[in-house]
Design a protein. Structure first.
Length: 233
């Protein structure tokens, strides 16, 4: 199914301007429902400027009204954006995130050994040689590699990861339904708690900076000697 040209900006607009459910918005924009939840709760790391899909010709008001009347209704895109897709080679990854690829690969090898090397190559944008080196621990930087969720690292989306995991599990004859249900609940709670903690910490640091407070770099143990010394100063 085609997705809007700017899915996150479109989702932000739909959250602010319509009564569509989070699942409808997530399905239409091709993003994870937890991302839509975070937008609605204003807990995203960056503020997205809404993009009107009606003005862009990607969605009609009639479709929005149908969706608002029926939560099970799947929105139909009026016109898909013209997208240029790579037909050969690995997916492009920004330079700033390329150093995180080994961590993401290690996580996949540890948590989802049923996924083929070819699928990992497409998901992460890496090579079979790199995967083999991490698997047999012959990678040049193996001592520094720490398995981390590729979704958290920003190397792929939760939707793409779930699709590949489910496809590999089905091919291997593994029932992954219960694990998916449990993961959704756990990930939702963990994401909300993490975002709230980050927002609280940022607010605390900002208030401290405004008040001219400097956090101590070294804690001094309070003993009789140190107290008398401080009093003498």
């Amino acid at each position: 199914m085609a997705t809007p040209l700017m899915p996150h900006a479109t989702a932000a607009w739909l959250v602010d301007n319509t009564g569509l459910s989070f699942s409808q918005i997530a399905e239409f924009c091709g993003i994870h429902i937890l991302e839509v939840q975070a937008m609605a709760d204003d807990m995203t790391g960056s503020k997205y400027t809404g993009r009107d899909p009606v003005h862009a010709g990607e969605l009609s008001m009639e479709e929005i009204e149908k969706g608002q009347a029926d939560e099970d209704y799947v929105l139909q895109m009026s016109k898909g954006p013209d997208q240029v897709r790579r037909t050969k080679g690995p997916r492009y990854t920004p330079v700033s995130k390329r150093q995180d690829k080994p961590d993401g690969i290690a996580w996949l090898l540890r948590n989802h050994p049923e996924i083929s090397d070819g699928a990992i190559c497409k998901l992460i944008g890496t090579t079979r040689n790199t995967i083999a080196a991490i698997r047999d621990r012959s990678h040049w930087n193996i001592a520094e590699i720490q398995p981390k969720d590729p979704v958290t690292l920003g190397l792929t989306s939760q939707r793409e990861l779930d699709a590949i995991v489910n496809r590999a599990a089905k091919k291997a004859g593994i029932d992954n339904t219960a694990a998916n249900d449990a993961r959704l609940g756990t990930d939702r709670d963990a994401l909300i708690q993490e975002l709230r903690a980050e927002r609280t910490e940022a607010a605390r640091r900002a208030e401290a900076a405004l008040n001219g407070e400097v956090e101590p770099t070294e804690k001094v143990e309070l003993t009789a000697d140190t107290l008398f010394k401080k009093a003498g100063e």
